[in-house]
Write a protein that binds this ligand. Sequence first.
Ligand code: V47
Length: 367
Amino acid sequence: MTDFNLKKIKEKILAGERLTFEDGMTLFQSNDLLTIGKLAHHVRLKKNGLKTYFTMNQHINPTNICRNDCLFCAFYRKEGQDGAYRMSLETVRQKVLERIEEPITEIHIVGGLDDGLPYDYYIDVVHVVKELRPQVNIKAYTAVEIAYLAERSGKSWAQVLDDLIEAGLNAMPGGGAEVFSERVKRKLFMDKLSADEWLKIHKIAHQKGIRTNATMLYGHIEKDEEKVEHLLKLRQAQDESDGFLTFLPLLFHPENTRMSRLPMATGVEDLKHIAISRLMLDNFDHIKAYWVMLGKDMAQIALSFGADDIDGSVVEERIYHMAGAQSSQMLTRQQLKNIITECGFEPVERNALYQSVDTETATVNQI
Ligand code: V47
């Protein structure tokens, strides 16, 4: 339904002006999904044209044993609990070797905060992967893991990052941000980082030349104003360091979590979050519709609502599948390309740093 409150926002978007907190609230409170989507698509076309990015990637989650107890997480286990696992470095090696013939350009590594593993293990995982696949971008460890490793070792956040960079780290994923709200943090993820800490760690990474992603978990107990604040904090951080590559709104999957009574957000909500992110984050080049989380069909529609990236082949995803995601465990290059071309967009294969990759040889085309 047409929302006349969006008129001013439309004028601002067309004039290339930045949106305010109040604009963000108006967008979240509006039901005029098509107008919001059209505006986001306008921005998407201006920034990326029809280009839609994907990557051939592999996920490795070396341990699911975690000392935190985040209410929204279906992935973690306690030591000795059913389903708990901890890979040896040899198993990590085997995981990489299993796919060594595949033209993968990104390996995504995240896991639990496992008190049973030494500091060096986390560094060695990166080292082992890099040794086997030196050409691949390693996108590893959330800010939460960086802070944990600092605490465990007595090193600073910067020193931990130095150790990881020396081992072969190329980029950092955007997880662990959840929602930048003390209220939500106290209820759902008590032991995690504050917004300031998460942002500071990303800033240090950016200063060291490590590009990172950013996320926001939605569809639980968060309020609209908390989400607008979250987006504005990220926009401010990007103004300061210009190190974020992409933003992913992450849909909460309640199954197998201690919040399983909550209903899952609807498709309208998914599209609104993609579109509003595109409109508010005017200094982010990319908005990712993570197909694993949204499903392939919704990811396709999201491409006309502001998203320009669908992530990748994602072999062996665990965090979402443990929480009931029904999407398949992987997609081939051809399937990824079809998802994109079917809705009239132009597929561009990329590595973790958004450098375009030659589809057949998996070598970087341009830097
Ligand atoms: O921080 C955890 C979320 C994140 C659930 O940077 C859940 O390219 C929904 O950040 N339902 C980790 N979400 C995943 C992540 C990510 C994934 C893919 C690509 C990139 C990237 C980053 O997943 C966590 C949390 O916000 N999460 N449990 C759940 N039950």
